[in-house]
Design a protein around this ligand. Structure first.
Ligand code: ZN
Ligand code: ZN
Length: 166
């Protein structure tokens, strides 16, 4: 399932550049959940702007994203809402090889250089990558989250259990 509004024809990028407003809601995020059921994004909302500029054969993608994600806390496993905001600059070079977005995603993002091929640019894949970069590796609902009791599994933010602390 691809969102047509996130497909940009490369020849539509004029000399002055092209700007797109981004408004990603639960429908868009639900595609991710099909791939990874651990991602529970039912209330996620990301808005922003993306600007595309041609520099020779390269395409510079600059974006600003702001909104919130719903993540599971890595300590207590409860869902919580995380506000996120970030800018990104990404250079897309014409790539001879089709990058498989799953294997190369992180490497390419690390270098801030990615590749495009064909006539269409899939902004959706780019945005997905950038949103993943906005996500903490170990999300915490609060810095002070007490997590779960390793013995009885009680959510220690909400209740005190009778287990002795070691
Ligand atoms: Zn927590
Ligand atoms: Zn306990």
């Amino acid at each position: 399932m691809k969102d047509k509004s996130l497909q940009v024809a490369i020849k539509a990028i004029s000399e002055r550049g092209l700007e797109r407003s981004i408004d990603l809601g639960p429908d868009w995020f639900s595609q991710w959940q099909e791939e990874d059921p651990a991602l529970e994004f039912s209330t996620a909302q990301i808005k922003g702007k993306v600007r595309l500029e041609k520099h020779g054969r390269d395409i510079l993608v600059r974006g600003h994203l702001q909104g919130h994600l719903q993540l599971a806390c890595s300590r207590c496993l409860e869902n919580f809402v995380l506000p996120v905001e970030g800018d990104f600059d990404l250079l897309l070079a014409p790539g001879p090889e089709q990058i498989s977005s799953q294997d190369e995603e992180l490497t390419a993002a690390d270098l801030d250089v990615d590749y495009y091929s064909g006539e269409l640019l899939d902004l959706g894949a780019i945005l997905r990558e950038q949103i993943i970069l906005l996500m903490p590796l170990k999300p915490l609902c609060t810095e002070e989250c007490q997590g779960l009791c390793p013995r009885c599994g009680a959510v220690l933010n909400q209740e005190k259990c009778a287990c002795k602390k070691e």
